[in-house]
Design a protein around this ligand. Structure first.
Ligand SMILES: Nc1ncnc2c1ncn2[C@@H]1O[C@H](COP(=O)(O)O)[C@@H](OP(=O)(O)O)[C@H]1O
Ligand SMILES: [Mg+2]
Length: 372
């Protein structure tokens, strides 16, 4: 029998996101210790923080993909570069990245992944991080990685995500989201999401979600310490289509999305609940598993959205039954390189068509009077 389409790609991506998530959990725990906070976080040129986890995840994902698929024609588009990490004054930081990477890779076989014969040296680690400098584009295969999406949430001990996707000829073929701090209903892990039991069940922390384009299925696994879980459950978006009952999520940071505009918009639609403000692509995860119905982001017009901030989340939401477009109702275009070129105003992800159409209508009705 022919091997299932993208079986190795999907399996490797899911496993490496589990491994990467476990690295993040360890680094985030260390960041919580007051004595070790400084030195593990660096400011980028735009003042956003980057941590041992950002570089560490990028290194292990790049190294594992190169082992499994060969480094020769491997194209990886990812957020971090090696510039500040290679500087002489960053030796301590590079050492911390190296320890985190080698600690994670020493456990790779328990995740069913290749493991280096001996610990990677700093040159190999910088090489792995630096390999991810592809700019993507309309042709061929490109892996797309946001090693730690929502770095601000990460350094604040809050929500963040590890996001890996595969784009081929401009289309997102698969997506994996590691959400190490996501509160998952135990009910959801045993009986699937929206199992309608109505019971206010207990919650566990951490999951990995994934989906393959066209499969009509999106899956969730629990994040378990030190290994790869045996089970996965199907994700399903919420069936709520009444704005009165809908939960709308948006970025925490005002700088990243206009809270006033979205408040006016949701108010005009009759949304009653307070917005759920969450860092990172965890917002897509919340839609995919039925915890929220809408995710909206309206950045300043001068900001250009990057493909790694959306690719994995979009395919997971769509395969779980949801809809994702720009504010003009068009699909996001992943074929133009690093940026989502031609994006009309903002991003709208919904659990279903009915809510989506209402929001698009409301955007048109309120846009003129907004200051965006
Ligand atoms: N001025 C801006 N407007 C909109 N988005 C921005 C932004 N500056 C950074 N971002 C993006 O917003 C992401 C965080 O999303 P959110 O605000 O939903 O938590 C950041 O991801 P990183 O944290 O990976 O850099 C970054 O890519
Ligand atoms: Mg990001």
């Amino acid at each position: 029998m022919a091997e299932e389409f993208l079986a190795t790609e999907m399996d490797t991506a899911v496993r490496v996101v589990h491994l990467a998530s476990s690295l993040c959990v360890k680094v985030q725990d260390k960041l919580r210790l007051p004595s070790s906070t400084n030195g593990h976080v660096k400011s980028k040129d735009d003042d956003s923080p980057v941590t041992v986890a950002d570089w560490g995840v990028q290194a292990i994902v790049s190294w594992v993909l190169a082992q499994v698929f060969g480094g020769q024609n491997l194209s990886i588009v990812a957020e971090e570069d090696t510039e500040s990490l290679s500087k002489a004054e960053s030796l301590g930081l590079l050492g911390a990245v190296s320890s985190a990477v080698n600690e994670a890779l020493s456990e790779a076989s328990t995740y069913g992944l290749p493991k280096p014969d001996k610990p990677l040296g700093t040159t190999e680690i910088l090489e792995a991080i630096g390999r991810c400098s592809s700019v993507g584009g309309p042709k061929g295969r490109h892996w797309v990685l946001d090693p730690v999406d929502g770095t601000l949430g990460f350094v604040r001990g809050d929500q963040y995500a590890v996001a890996l996707a595969l784009i081929e000829n401009g289309k997102v073929l698969l997506g994996v989201l590691g959400c190490p701090n996501y509160p998952v209903k135990k009910e959801c892990l045993s009986n699937g999401c929206n199992s309608q039991s109505g019971a206010a069940g207990s919650v566990t922390k951490g999951c990995v979600m994934y989906a393959k384009r066209g499969s009509g299925q999106a899956w969730m696994q629990p994040l378990i310490p030190g290994g790869y879980p045996e089970s996965a459950t199907l994700l399903k978006v919420s069936s709520v289509d009444d704005p009165v009952l809908a939960t709308v999520c948006e970025p925490v940071e005002r700088a990243n999305s206009n809270h006033l505009f979205t408040a006016g918009l949701t108010n005009s639609m009759g949304v009653r609940k307070q917005p759920m403000r969450v860092y990172s692509m965890v917002k897509y995860a919340a839609i995919a598993c039925g915890d929220a119905e809408v995710f909206m982001k309206f950045a300043q017009s001068s900001y250009k959205e990057k493909i790694w901030d959306h690719a994995a989340g979009v395919v997971i939401v769509e395969e779980a039954g949801g809809v994702v477009t720009d504010a003009g109702g068009r699909n996001l275009d992943f074929s133009k390189g690093v940026y989502l070129e031609g994006l009309d105003r903002g991003i709208i992800a919904c659990s279903g068509q009915v809510l989506h159409e209402k929001i698009i209508g409301a955007v048109y009705a309120s846009w003129e009077s907004s200051s965006l």
